[in-house]
Write a protein that binds this ligand. Structure first.
Ligand code: NG6
Ligand code: CA
Length: 514
């Protein structure tokens, strides 16, 4: 076996595989056919699972986007960095330039690296002028190329940024201005012109109207650069496939970070009414199409055998995240988080338990289902091992090398992991089949995702008074709180949990794994 011993591919006279991570936004465990979705057809993602391995206990580190992405790229739990929380669209870059990151690590192994799609990790140093060079950004933290929507599709600015520049700004006399404090310019907003909206929104999402949808924040000017939401999946897919084609003869890493099924949901007309569960499902069908396009490109170029393709998502699902898009009314009893409780923002399993599929024909056997526990924070150390890079001491402090697990050689995954809810104080802690939501995290935070709440989940305090303890083997839906019945278990797990809050997991684990 050539993997797992940090040998370099040169020594082994083998070609390192291309690596593609397709990262979905707010797509839940139960949104994917092979994970049990009956109302959303996802034939391509299902095929990917049939080609390779599918995990039932894979996790994002957090139940919101910015922290999960931060962990994926740095190998560090996001709660260790106070700034690693859902960022505004004009926030400065979250990852320190020069940090050790997943793309930087792969670059050191000779990979060409690209990120296409949603970023949401900030850029610049504050007070960004969108009309000139915007720096630092993805190019300063390990990517050779980038083409991105800066934050979320519900936040201004609604423009693409390629490398250091906004794409398509054409008029120097009409500069793009962006604010999260006050209205800039006098363009219609959701508040001033609700009659112009495709569908209504809460106050937070009632800023500047773009494509008949009001957004969070205000923008003015630079209209030639404003994106067309319905074209977005095609724009990203074409660019991703172009990158794949251009680099087919050399190892490449593509982080394709799609925005489906995040709000506002404006699928391309090709996908309208293609699911049995309204616009939420339609956007997942769109995402499945994207996955199919990438798979087809790999096949056509003859590089499928030598490509590790991973599909997963950044946090759990939510029906109503601020827009009246009919998601709740048309849900049709769809269980977006599958058998799990909660969803986006929550510390219950639905917040972070993700679909996670990996295919690498010839190495990963077909049709494996693994119950091993792994976290997206582990991809850094795992892929470092895969490409034969020895990581410097201290980097990726929470990242475990689970290469044998990822490629289906064994199922000795993690013993435990932290599942960060919304904010920095609400966590779940899974150890084996036990799941604790510690009393220590019963500070302001979002406990239950009601799927139709109009309270801002990031700021609305929901305080519970006691710890939750569940046994996931008997009770995957976290319905029965066993905390009173097993106080020693609560105590033991709370101690370990608190230790991890303070100490990089890599310093704790060697002892605990024995
Ligand atoms: C919240 C937004 C929500 C979504 C989320 C980020 C409000 C009331 N809600 O602040 O709509 O944009 O941020 O989602 O503003 S994430 O998937 O990128 O983390
Ligand atoms: Ca998300």
């Amino acid at each position: 076996m050539i993997w797992g011993d940090n040998s370099s591919y040169d020594e082994l006279d083998a070609t390192p595989p291309n690596i593609i991570i397709i990262y979905a936004d707010d797509v839940g465990y139960g949104d994917i056919g092979v994970y049990g979705s009956e109302l959303i057809p996802t034939p391509h993602i299902d095929q990917l699972a049939a080609d390779g391995i599918r995990f039932t206990s894979a996790y994002a580190t957090a139940a919101t986007c910015t922290p999960s992405r931060y962990s994926l790229l740095t190998g560090e739990y996001a709660f260790r960095n106070e700034r690693a929380q859902v960022l505004a669209g004009d926030a400065p870059l979250l990852i320190e330039p020069g940090s050790y990151t997943l793309p930087e690590m792969l670059r050191s192994a000779g990979y060409r690296t690209s990120v296409v799609g949603k970023w949401h990790l900030g850029r610049g140093e504050g007070n960004v002028d969108w009309n000139s060079q915007i720096k630092p950004g993805p190019l300063e933290v390990g990517f050779d190329e980038s083409f991105l929507l800066p934050a979320t599709n519900d936040r201004v600015p609604t423009v693409y940024v390629e490398g250091h520049y906004v794409v398509g700004l054409s008029d120097e006399d009409d500069p793009l201005r962006v604010s999260y404090r006050e209205q800039v310019g006098d363009l219609p907003t959701g508040v001033s012109h609700p009659e112009l909206l495709r569908y209504g929104a809460d106050l937070q999402h009632s800023g500047t109207i773009v494509n008949e949808i009001s957004r969070i924040g205000w923008q003015d000017g630079g209209q030639s650069a404003w994106w067309d939401d319905e074209e977005m999946p095609i724009v990203f897919t074409d660019l991703a496939n172009q990158f794949i084609r251009e680099n087919r003869n050399d190892p490449f890493f593509l982080f394709l970070s799609m925005h489906e099924s995040h709000v506002p949901r404006l699928p391309n007309p090709m996908f309208i009414d293609k699911s049995g569960t309204g616009l939420l499902g339609d956007t997942v069908v769109e995402l499945d199409w994207v996955v199919g396009q990438i798979m087809a490109e790999l096949e056509e170029l003859g590089i499928k055998e030598n490509t590790l393709l991973i599909f997963t998502s950044d946090n759990g699902p939510i029906f109503d995240d601020g827009y009246d898009d009919g998601a709740v009314e048309n849900a049709n009893d769809h269980r977006a988080a599958g058998p799990f409780r909660g969803g986006k923002y929550t510390a219950f399993e639905g917040g972070t338990r993700m679909p996670f599929i990996a295919s690498w024909p010839g190495v990963i056997e077909e049709g494996i289902v693994s119950d091993a526990i792994l976290s997206q924070v582990d991809l850094l150390a795992t892929l470092a091992n895969l490409v034969g890079v020895e990581m410097p001491e201290g980097v990726g402090p929470d990242s475990q090398n689970l290469l044998p697990v990822l490629i289906g050689q064994n199922d000795e995954g993690r013993d435990f992991l932290i599942q960060q809810g919304a904010g920095t104080n609400l966590h779940g802690f899974r150890k084996g089949d036990w799941k604790l939501i510690p009393a220590a995290s019963n500070r302001p935070g979002f406990i239950e995702n009601k799927h139709n709440s109009r309270e801002n989940p990031l700021t609305t305090p929901q305080v519970t008074t006691a710890a939750y303890l569940f046994n996931l083997a008997d009770d995957p839906g976290e319905t029965t709180n066993l905390a009173d019945q097993y106080p020693e278990k609560v105590q033991e797990m709370t101690e370990l949990f608190e230790k991890i809050l303070e100490t990089p997991e890599n310093q704790i684990l060697p002892r605990l794994r024995n």
